[in-house]
Design a protein around this ligand. Structure first.
Ligand SMILES: CC(C)(COP(=O)(O)OP(=O)(O)OC[C@H]1O[C@@H](n2cnc3c(N)ncnc32)[C@H](O)[C@@H]1OP(=O)(O)O)[C@@H](O)C(=O)NCCC(=O)NCCS
Length: 144
């Protein structure tokens, strides 16, 4: 199945949040996922928000970002109606292409260890899990 993957524009915000919600991804409306914050991120030179579409329906998303040294993929999501057809693999490949085009060849992703589908999708795409790494973060309470 081939569905187009496009760079999202700020007017896709509502569709993006809906997709994240139906995919069980946390939405932080007061923090980095607010409309204002996401709109600002859309304009960032170091980030891409990619969306996969079935006509007008947003059926997949991924964010690629980097700090000039290492890249990250986040918010990999495929609408439950469309899973199991290799679409996550296509989204990962598109985010990797964006990062490679920016000169970034080391790419990482954080996944909760009970998230079997995501771990499997990343492993299939060639990512290796690293044992013995603990994730530290510092954040305000409204952006938890
Ligand atoms: C993770 C997710 C994006 C996978 O989407 P998908 O389009 O179904 O994945 P794909 O069809 O591209 O699968 C790629 C590989 O992942 C594996 N995989 C996908 N879903 C799986 C599942 N439920 N159980 C086991 N393995 C699975 C398979 O090995 C598959 O390879 P195959 O084609 O050889 O079978 C989707 O399940 C999702 O949106 N989950 C909720 C959101 C989420 O948790 N995102 C991660 C945030 S870090």
């Amino acid at each position: 199945m081939a569905y187009p993957i496009r760079h999202l524009k700020p007017d896709a915000y509502d569709k993006l949040v809906r997709l994240w919600n139906i995919c069980g991804l946390t939405h932080r409306p007061k923090g980095r996922d607010s409309r204002e914050a996401i709109t600002e991120q859309f304009g960032s030179a170091n980030m891409c928000f990619l969306g996969m579409f079935d006509n007008d329906r947003l059926i997949g998303s991924i964010i690629g970002s980097h700090d000039g040294r290492k890249g990250w993929i986040n918010r990999l999501a495929v609408d439950p109606d469309y899973r199991g057809h290799g679409l996550a693999a296509q989204l990962i490949a598109s985010a990797e292409q964006y990062l490679n085009d920016q000169g970034i060849t080391v790419i990482a992703a954080l996944v909760e260890d009970e998230n079997t589908p995501s771990m499997a999708a990343l492993a299939k795409a060639g990512y290796e899990a690293w044992e013995g790494i603990v994730y530290f973060s510092k954040r305000p309470s409204w952006d938890d």
